[in-house]
Design a protein around this ligand. Structure first.
Ligand SMILES: *Cc1c(COP(=O)(O)O)cnc(C)c1O
Length: 383
């Protein structure tokens, strides 16, 4: 069966060579725009492509403001700071995620609290979060949510839209507002994914995107903060050394960061964004073909949650058990088709092993069974 899957994937990509999990495609005006930055000498922290990329992303996602930064992790760091996360605070997140989600929490001096994911989204479960809060948290006289055990403030909730599949945002918004917790979305994997018609990353107070080389579209390396106008202005200030605007004087009014996206990278981003809809159409078509091919197999193809339109960043299958998963990984990788298990749970990594956590039954169940299949955009067949 798994050799048939290898054959099927080779047919899709029409190659006998190694097939990676996700490779970028540059079929638009990438060279033209990047060359333009070189010829203009504006390759660095100032340039027209940065402004254009920010406004194009804002338009595309419906965000009031979009602030371009060096990578998705930096975007998360600043988004959490702007949500009010401080030294000694707690941030509720999922244990089934990429490590950057948790690292950004730590950069703020805060600690993650791990709650379970839903089996139909692979993202943070509002019900699991509500259960954990009822057992472990209370609102103080000022309305601040605090852990019962040590009175640390639970300042924010940071769900992640796993492989582009949106989490249950309506329910999360409800839980967060009841407990006075700020919602920040890690939408690094979900550019082009929609929850009930709204772009992921625009429903929380802040959201973040990543344009790393393996994401839906790339700037080489890069990220974006999505938020409202007021926080957008603060985000710009905090990511550009905290400099007061002035034609020549250097006045900086707070300890800030140099997290600016270079114009060179933004140029690549502008060209990629022009093709995003086409990329996602191609990815959704590939997902449809995987789904059809796997219908009568013992692998369950993971489909988009109800009321959502996913970008299908990385296609995923759920195996029957860990042994079958290992067989699948071995057969495909030995035959030059790259597949990968899902991440090791964050609570199993040494630096996050002692964090507070709720029951993680679903996360553990998925950790043992989920495998990603090659998902690069295939343009010929979708046009
Ligand atoms: C890619 C990714 C990020 C950010 O990655 P960068 O490489 O820093 O751009 C953050 N969270 C998740 C879940 C990711 O997949």
């Amino acid at each position: 069966m798994f050799l048939q899957l290898v054959e099927f994937i080779r047919e899709q990509y029409q190659t006998k060579e190694f097939i990676p999990l996700h490779a970028p495609v540059f079929t638009g005006r990438e060279e033209e725009y990047v060359l333009d930055t070189i010829r203009s000498t504006f390759v660095s922290s100032v340039g027209a492509y940065v402004d254009r990329f920010e406004s194009d992303i804002a338009k595309h996602t419906g965000a009031e403001k979009a602030i371009a930064v060096v990578n998705g992790t930096a975007a998360l760091h600043v988004a959490l700071m702007l949500a009010g996360v401080k030294e000694g605070d707690l941030v509720i997140t999922q244990s089934l995620t990429f490590v950057a989600t948790c690292n950004a929490i730590r950069y703020c001096g805060a600690e993650p609290v791990f709650v379970d994911v839903d089996l139909d989204t692979m993202g943070l479960s509002p019900a699991a979060m509500e259960r954990w809060l009822q057992d472990n948290a209370q609102l103080d006289e000022e309305g601040i949510c605090r852990a019962k055990v040590d009175a640390r403030a639970i300042r924010a909730c940071l769900p992640m839209h796993t492989f582009g599949h949106p989490v249950k945002l309506d329910e999360l918004v409800k839980v967060c507002s009841h407990w006075n917790i700020q919602l920040v979305e890690d939408a690094a994997e979900s550019l082009g994914s929609y929850y009930k018609g709204r772009h992921t990353g625009t429903i929380g107070l802040l959201g973040t995107l990543s344009f790393n080389g393996n994401k839906v579209m790339t700037t080489g390396g890069g990220g974006m903060i999505l938020t409202n106008a007021a926080l957008g202005a603060k985000a710009k200030h905090l990511t550009t050394t905290g400099k007061r605007p002035h034609p020549y004087e250097f006045v900086h009014d707070e300890v800030a960061y140099n997290y600016r996206m270079p114009n060179l990278n933004a140029a690549l981003g502008c060209a990629q964004l022009e093709q995003l809809n086409k990329f996602i159409e191609a990815k959704r078509n590939l997902a449809k073909r995987y789904c059809e091919f796997l219908k009568n197999s013992n692998l369950r193809f993971f489909i988009e949650p109800e009321d959502c339109r996913s970008n299908y960043w990385l296609n995923a299958v759920v195996c029957e058990n860990a042994d079958q998963r290992d067989d699948l990984l071995k057969t495909t990788n030995e035959n030059g088709v790259m597949t990968r298990p899902i991440w090791t749970l964050m609570n199993k990594l040494p630096m996050y092993a002692n964090c507070m956590r709720g029951d993680l039954t679903n996360a553990e169940w998925l950790e043992a069974r989920v495998v990603n299949l090659p998902s690069s955009v295939i343009l010929e067949q979708s046009q």
